[in-house]
Design a protein around this ligand. Structure first.
Ligand code: ATP
Length: 274
């Protein structure tokens, strides 16, 4: 029986909310990451900028998701908060069943190291380590060596990314595209649950870019790795299973796999509407 009494109604709504927020874990919904009511505001007062406004979404296990939208729409901010690299000013975020908006910095560092891989536009390779050392760094940080199966996957990655002859080279001896391929091998090496990639093909020629996207798709299809990729490139996004479009800090469209032409047409319509 429902009550019309305002206090009882309030309590009922709070109870319902706690069922949603506390008892149903993201993994029960097949989600590898989830955010609810996410907001991010930079600065205070008149000069403040709202980068994210009430964003709720779940990333499904094994799914390759592209995040698109005009410059300044909040793509990087959303990715950074979902990866635990930045904190929101409103809302909650989970990685697996762990609420990351409640974690200490040290707990977050361990969680990220074990479960998340990153590919940034700026590569972020360690300059003093050679290619092999950079690819194996996540294992080193976790205090272990790759298993036989993991080594076979690393060998496949290194081969597919054309890095076999470069294993003893340092980052400064590589081209930008080669450095990006090392960063991708490093992000995928431990087969983390979730890989965040920010414009991973931005510095690659189109053939290498296609190979990299193919590898990301294999990683998600074969190993159930979830990939969240920020991109401006409709061709890159056409490799994804799902495409989220952001505008002014909000999700304005959640689309299934689409062709590059369909994605371009939608991006164009967003620009015209803006
Ligand atoms: N550290 C910051 N301080 C102030 N404003 C910021 C900061 N970082 C981002 N912003 C603002 O937040 C909004 C969203 O930025 P964000 O980088 O997430 O957008 P984006 O969609 O990734 O853009 P782009 O495609 O150009 O990389 C923008 O208006 C941006 O200027």
């Amino acid at each position: 029986m429902t009550s019309n009494h305002p206090v009882a109604g309030c309590r009922a709504r709070a109870a319902a909310r706690s069922v949603v927020d506390m008892q149903i874990q993201p993994s029960d919904l097949g989600l590898i990451a989830r955010v609810t009511g996410l907001g991010k505001r930079y600065g205070h007062g008149a000069g403040s900028v709202t980068a994210l406004d009430d964003v709720s979404l779940g990333l499904r296990r094994g799914e390759f998701t592209a995040i698109m939208g005009p410059s300044g729409s909040g793509k990087s901010t959303l990715m950074h908060i979902m990866a635990g690299l930045d904190s929101p000013t409103a809302g909650r975020a989970w990685l697996g069943d762990t609420e990351i908006t409640e974690l200490s910095d040290s707990a977050l560092t361990v969680l990220r190291r074990r479960r998340v891989g990153f590919v940034f536009q700026s590569f972020n390779l360690v300059p003093t380590l050679d290619v092999r050392g950079n690819v194996l760094l996540p294992f080193e940080l976790d205090g272990r060596r790759p298993s036989g199966e993991e080594q076979a996957w690393i060998d496949e990655l290194v081969g597919a990314l054309g890095l076999g002859a470069r294993l003893r080279h340092r980052p400064y001896e590589l081209s930008g595209g080669q450095q990006q391929r090392v960063a991708i091998a490093r992000a995928l090496a431990t087969r983390p649950d979730l890989v965040f990639a920010d414009e991973p093909t931005g510095n690659l020629d189109s053939r290498t870019g296609r190979e990299v996207l193919g590898l990301l798709a294999i990683a998600s299809a074969r190993y159930g790795q979830s990939i969240a990729m920020v991109t401006h490139d409709p061709v890159a996004a056409s490799h994804a299973d799902r495409i989220l479009f952001l505008a002014d800090g909000r999700i304005v469209r959640d689309a299934a796999r689409s062709s590059a032409e369909e994605i371009s047409a939608y991006m164009l319509s967003m620009e015209v509407a803006a």
